[in-house]
Design a protein around this ligand. Structure first.
Ligand code: GLC
Length: 423
């Protein structure tokens, strides 16, 4: 058992200097992968040029960490370096003959990764680092050029020579070593970009060994080939609960980074429903936000976070720290469980009552609407022959009055004297 198994809710933060121009992180420089990732096509040099002016004066790691805490989030993952190769931390590793490509060389100069890690830890939130194996800026990778467009799967330019690749691997390992040495305890390393090279080229096994030796408690995602402590379905809820630990990462709009044109956003209610569904399947939701170029969050994102925060302030116990609930045919929506409690998540408005089956009805002590605390009336039924059974499994029908309906999702808490159902 690890903290991750019941964490349920985390914050993903995609941010780079490109956010100044309202450009998705990294992808515009390769022209995106339309229609899957439609983020425009920006000349490579123009994309990288805004590194020189990055100065996010409104960045406030403390307020972001308090926000995550108030949302009931248990961990966070920040892009320390995305595919564009820009380090959001102070790195001593230089790309070829150039100085290090990092926030330290910007007008801002401060170490964003350090401020983030310290602030999250301060609020009791586990610290995760996203790190891209790909580096479209490093000459030995080799850097992506205009001539390499359009970005085509399987057609990536290979390194110039085995020596160049060795140099890149040394550089990349050294950056990972910096991140896992200079920032105290790191709880998650979230690799990405593995698809462009083979596990052998990445030296994946060696990299995993180094990571685990530097941070023995760390969890590594499945995007470092062979290493996965957890799986990372992207932008969807898996149709079946996955066998091991897993986390769905999801954007609010269509893109990861801040882009003002990215206005087709999920509503707060949809996001809350996704959180309930993920929790009901025993997974975690890593909800993504993209700060703007000044470091603050866009108003449309804040609006959604506010509503999720309101909902979580009343319903957090039905999500965080829970396990997956009943088998899907016992109730017509997600359910979770914590000890002797079962939580029924109503993602559709009930007509007058709801029924749940497969529970030890004689052990049922009370049913409450979680957010209002209101006790709800219920009755139970089992087979006639079970009347003489001291502890039958049966069904419960609960009256749900209009006044307990929450505008986003209503949770019913069923308190049992002991174990509500088998397993
Ligand atoms: C991707 C994308 C990316 C994003 C990530 C998050 O595969 O390359 O931009 O960072 O997944 O899951």
């Amino acid at each position: 058992m690890s903290w991750f198994d019941t964490a349920r809710f985390g914050l993903f933060i995609h941010w780079s200097h490109s956010s100044q121009k309202g450009l998705e992180v990294s992808w515009p420089l390769v022209g995106g992968i339309p229609p899957v990732l439609d983020c425009g096509d920006v000349p490579v040099d123009e994309y990288h040029s805004t590194a020189a002016t990055f100065d996010p004066q409104s960045w406030d790691a403390g307020s972001l960490a308090r926000r995550a805490r108030d949302l009931g989030m248990q961990y966070a993952v920040l892009t320390t370096k995305h595919h564009d190769g820009y380090a959001m931390f102070h790195t001593k590793q230089s790309s070829g003959s150039q100085p290090p490509f990092s926030i330290e060389q910007s007008p801002f100069g401060r170490d964003i990764v350090r401020e983030y890690a310290d602030a999250m830890r301060e609020e009791g939130i586990r610290v995760g680092f996203y790190f891209s194996l790909i580096d479209w800026h490093h000459p030995d990778y080799p850097a992506f050029t205009e001539a390499d467009k359009p970005y085509t799967f399987g057609k990536w330019r290979q390194p110039e020579s085995p020596q160049a690749w060795e140099r890149y691997i040394d550089f990349m390992f050294a950056q990972v070593r910096e991140l896992l040495t200079d920032y105290s305890q790191i709880d998650v390393i979230w690799f990405d970009g593995h698809w462009e090279r083979t596990p052998e080229q990445w030296k994946a096994q060696e990299l995993e060994e180094m990571v685990r030796s530097l941070q023995p408690e760390i969890l590594i995602n499945d995007r470092l080939p062979g290493a996965g402590d957890f799986e990372t379905p992207e932008q969807f809820v898996p149709p079946q609960p996955l066998e091991g630990p897993w986390e769905t990462c999801m954007t609010i709009g269509k893109l990861w980074g801040y882009d003002p044109r990215d206005t087709d956003r999920k509503s707060a209610r949809q996001l809350i429903h996704t959180l309930c569904e993920v929790a009901g399947r025993g997974g975690n939701l890593l909800l993504n936000v993209g700060p703007m170029g000044d470091g603050s969050l866009p108003p449309a994102i804040i609006e959604r976070l506010d509503e999720i925060e309101r909902w979580m302030s009343a319903n957090k116990e039905a999500v965080v720290g829970t396990q997956a609930g009943l088998e899907p045919w016992q109730f017509y929506g997600p359910s979770t469980r914590s000890g002797d409690r079962v939580y029924l998540h109503l993602l559709m408005r009930p007509y007058e009552s709801v029924s749940v089956r497969g529970v030890h009805v004689k052990r049922l002590r009370s049913v409450r609407a979680l957010s209002t605390g209101e006790a709800l009336t219920f009755d139970t039924r089992t087979a006639i022959v079970d009347l003489v059974n001291p502890d039958p499994l049966g069904e419960v029908t609960i009256q749900v009055p209009e006044k307990v309906i929450d505008p986003s999702a209503t949770v019913l808490a069923l308190e049992f004297a002991e174990q509500p159902f088998a397993n």
